[in-house]
Design a protein around this ligand. Structure first.
Ligand code: CO
Length: 201
């Protein structure tokens, strides 16, 4: 028995439990996906989008990377946003940060890690934008606030992305959310009211 056989066994258990509740579930999903949400979150294994929102396969389109970043020239996240907005017609894009984020901790530490440093430079840019507020905080409070500010800034980047601007221009309903997830209690929290139209600038 290979090391990963237990995963295949668990997969069969899961399929059986889903089809016991709804025998047409997979048949229906194979025809099309119609998610209402795009989730942009961190790759952290403790922040699983579907599970923490209590959503099933088919309910949420997902993009995850280190520190839930939306970088203007990153064609990976831009392609996901484009497809989600223009073809899937999602109504909500959720940028969700989380406390105890390794990416945020790494950016704050100033240490060098390797190739990920270039990626984390975008988190350092957020530190620069909010230097006064962050400098007034220490230790865990500073780290937690940066996790929040980073999610807020990445949600603003979503608003500035061409697919989102185009959608608003043609009158498509699209709400951009900035949330934070607390690994220590499993709770989600809103960081600001949803953005429903173009930002100034
Ligand atoms: Co993280």
């Amino acid at each position: 028995m290979s090391q990963l056989d237990n995963i295949f066994e668990k997969n069969v258990d899961w399929v059986n439990s889903v089809t016991a509740e709804d025998d047409k579930f997979f048949e229906r999903l194979s025809e099309q996906q119609t998610p209402e949400y795009l989730w942009i979150g961190c790759s952290d294994s403790r922040v699983p989008a579907n599970q923490l929102m209590g959503l099933l396969p088919g309910d949420v389109f997902v993009h995850r990377n280190v520190a839930n970043m939306v970088v203007h020239a990153d064609f990976n996240s831009l392609s996901v946003i484009h497809y989600a907005v223009e073809y899937l017609k999602v109504k909500h894009i959720i940028v969700c940060g989380h406390y105890l984020c390794g990416g945020v901790q790494g950016a704050l530490s100033g240490d060098r890690f390797g190739i990920v440093d270039s990626w984390l430079q975008h988190v350092k840019d957020v530190i620069g934008l909010h230097k006064v507020e962050l400098d007034s905080l220490e230790d865990r409070a500073k780290e937690d606030r940066l996790c929040e500010l980073n999610a807020i800034e990445q949600a603003a980047n979503v608003c500035q992305s061409p697919p989102v601007k185009d959608a608003w221009e043609r009158g498509q309903e699209l709400n951009i959310h900035a949330w934070i997830y607390d690994i220590s209690d499993g709770k989600l929290k809103k960081l600001q009211e949803p953005i429903t139209g173009p930002l100034e600038s």
